[in-house]
Write a protein that binds this ligand. Structure first.
Ligand SMILES: Nc1ncnc2c1ncn2[C@@H]1O[C@H](COP(=O)(O)OP(=O)(O)OP(=O)(O)O)[C@@H](O)[C@H]1O
Ligand SMILES: [Mg+2]
Length: 666
């Protein structure tokens, strides 16, 4: 940029009380393209100054009203950037010095010499332009520094610099926020003081990285040591836990010259550390989930065999029980064995549900009985004791006994754990009719509501939204599964599980189960084993387990039926066809859902129904989670017997499916 180009941008004020002087200066300056204003007195000069932006003032020291000095003072105060060249007729060095001291840019003596004056003016304006440019550059610089500072300070990542010996020279806000050290505590300290001991070795040559470019540290996982006593800013963010903080580190060396310069000097390290707590947590959850999946597969794998064993045990107990009289000692032993075996069955089911969830296999039963048994069972040896409150007319519900027992157990265990000193856990049943406007997400209708109430520690408000999440636990060894499993079980039953709690006073969990049509508890089908339903007719059984085959054989005979046992689907189809042809059709077919190798239950029944659409088929399996078990009707089955089954259950199911056909008798 040269002076010539933009002289017209410059506006000069000439202040002199001699009109001729003003006139000739105006001509001189205008001749060079400057814009010129003139003022004949100090006051006029001030008016002029106030009216427009000027770049330079040629100011006569001697004016009629104000002194040149006064005008100069005014300019210094009101227009600090404005340049002033003093002009004076008095050839005195003193006044020149005084003017310069007072802030004039230059001083020219009268009489003025044209060229000389122009040179001085040009000089002054050049200075002015340079100052302007410098200010602009400074401003830019300041802005860009501000921007970078803002970026660095508001970064969610920790940003630091080290000197050449590894001592902190800069840390950003995040450093304090995340790690809890104040800047004063950290600056000048060696980085190794904040690295977790076990990672000291890994951090060497990386945290204080000297390399640059692609070879520098990037994506390195390290653990840092947060302050044991976080400063105030940090305490807001995280409570004073001094657990090692996992971070991902990126760092490189800082040099005074570019990387290829052999002469360059190492200045220190620049690094960014990202808090990866959350990611680590997610990874842990994922691992946990994978673990649960593996357990699920394992559970599923053993469930089949295990249930068959149990079925054989339960079946044989049932048979043995039939051979002894009721009051006998052996009979009560057998009953206890049976109860224990059934509990083992429930445990297997629990394991499967726990790991994989599953559609409930619902049937009508006595909820209070199940709840009493489950609660008493888990509270054995505990300081807490249960109190049951079930009205006689509690509506009947359909439920999966294994799953609901699990829910009750989870809730009761939680209640028990909330009252380490002991107390009363109330288990209450109520009939509830909900309407559209009910405060819970339940379809309008009739429900049985079960309350599990304790007087324990309670649940803080901020946790209430999280307790049903899998993995949420406040307990030392809690898996955080109890409530999440319970929630999904109740939901799968068409119900809802919810909670109310007051810290220090206690907690109430409520679960709703849809009530069955009309029958009350008193009318619910009684389950005592005395009621074995006898019937008659030929029953085809397909099961590959020899132990179970024997149990079926004997049980069915006891119940009055004529069993025919086969081991796989092909045999079953063949036997069924042959019997029909011979005019001795089977009254019912019981098929095992899973037969390794051969035709499974599903395929067998498909072909069987093709053969005889009227066929009465019952599915049997230990896999209650299998969709076929939950929605057996869609697959053409009339009913389900879960393995292991009791004699009573088998007799009941047979009566139910055959009852309509009149082939059995109670
Ligand atoms: N009755 C209760 N009183 C107080 N807090 C409870 C109660 N029930 C649940 N909680 C809180 O809810 C959290 C989650 O419970 P949940 O049963 O899902 O898991 P957990 O009991 O911690 O572990 P798990 O049941 O898998 O062994 C508990 O850690 C506890 O903080
Ligand atoms: Mg629990």
């Amino acid at each position: 940029m040269t002076g010539e180009e933009n002289v017209t941008d410059f506006r000069i004020l000439v202040v002199d009380d001699e009109p001729r002087m003003c006139q000739s200066l105006r001509q001189l300056l205008a001749g060079r393209g400057y814009m010129v204003e003139t003022a004949a007195s100090g006051r006029e000069a001030l008016r002029c100054l106030a009216a427009q932006a000027l770049d330079l003032v040629l100011l006569d020291l001697v004016l009629p009203d104000l002194s040149g000095q006064e005008v100069l003072d005014h300019i210094r105060q009101q227009h600090p950037g404005l340049l002033v060249i003093m002009i004076s007729g008095m050839a005195s060095i003193d006044s020149a010095v005084a003017a310069l001291r007072a802030g004039a840019y230059d001083f020219i003596r009268k009489p003025l010499e044209g060229e000389e004056l122009l040179r001085r003016v040009e000089n002054a304006l050049k200075q002015k332009r340079l100052a302007k440019e410098k200010a602009a550059i400074n401003w830019e610089l300041e802005q860009s520094q501000k921007r970078y500072r803002y970026l660095v300070e508001s970064s969610p990542d920790i940003i630091y610099t080290l000197d050449d010996e590894g001592r902190f020279t800069f840390v950003n806000d995040a450093f304090e926020r995340i790690l809890g050290y104040s800047r004063e505590q950290v600056l000048g300290r060696h980085y190794s003081e904040i690295v977790y001991d076990a990672d000291a070795e890994r951090s060497r040559y990386t945290f204080n990285e000297r390399r640059t470019g692609a070879r520098a540290t990037s994506g390195l996982e390290l653990r840092l040591r947060p302050s044991a006593e976080p400063s105030t800013a940090a305490r807001r963010e995280q409570p004073g836990t001094a657990e090692p903080l996992p971070v991902e580190l990126r760092a490189h060396g800082m040099y005074d010259r570019d990387p290829h310069d052999k002469e360059r000097n190492f200045l220190g390290t620049y690094g960014v550390a990202r808090d990866i707590r959350e990611r680590k947590m997610l990874e842990a959850h994922l691992q946990q989930e994978e673990k649960m999946e593996a357990i699920g597969r394992l559970a599923g794998g053993i469930a089949h065999d295990f249930n068959n064993f149990l079925a054989a045990i339960v079946g044989n107990i049932a048979l043995a029980k039939m051979q002894v009289q009721h009051g006998e000692e052996v009979h009560s032993r057998l009953e206890q064995m049976e109860r224990a075996s059934l509990r083992a069955r429930d445990l297997t089911q629990q394991l499967i549900t726990f790991a994989q969830g599953g559609a409930p296999v619902k049937r009508a039963g006595s909820l209070p009985e199940l709840i009493e048994e489950a609660a008493t069972f888990v509270l054995r040896g505990s300081r807490a004791r249960p109190k049951f409150l079930f009205p006689k007319d509690l509506w009947a519900v359909e439920f999966d006994p294994g799953q609901i027992a699990q829910v009750v157990q989870n809730l009761v265990i939680n209640a028990d754990q909330a009252m380490p000193e002991g107390g009363v856990i109330s288990l209450i049943g109520e009939n509830v009719t909900t309407t559209e406007s009910y405060r819970l997400p339940l379809k309008p209708g009739r429900y049985v509501r079960i309350t599990v109430a304790d007087q324990g520690c309670g649940i803080p408000r901020e946790n209430l939204s999280k307790i049903f999440d899998p993995f949420f636990s406040t307990k030392r060894n809690g898996a955080g599964f109890g409530l999440s499993t319970s929630y999904s079980i109740i939901k799968n039953h068409g119900g809802y599980l919810t909670v109310e709690s007051i810290v220090g006073a206690g907690t109430r969990f409520f679960f709703f189960l849809p009530a069955l049509a009309v029958r009350s508890r008193a009318e619910a089908p009684p389950e005592p084993e005395e009621k074995l339903f006898r019937g008659q007719g030929r029953i085809l059984v397909m099961d590959d387990d020899p132990m179970l085959q024997e149990v079926y054989e004997r049980l069915l005979r006891r119940l009055g039926y004529t069993p025919v046992i086969v081991a796989d689907g092909e045999q079953a189809l063949e036997a069924y066809g042959r019997a029909r042809a011979a005019g001795e059709p089977f009254a019912a077919v019981i098929v095992d859902l899973t037969i390794p190798g051969g035709l499974g239950g599903k395929e067998t029944i498909r072909r069987l129904l093709a053969l005889d659409p009227e066929a009465v088929a019952i599915i049997s399996s230990g896999y209650s989670k299998d969709p076929v078990m939950a929605r057996y009707e869609e697959y053409g089955f009339k009913d389900v017997v879960e393995k292991p089954f009791t004699a009573q259950r088998l007799s009941e199911v047979l009566r139910r499916v055959l009852g309509g056909k009149g082939r059995a008798q109670a």
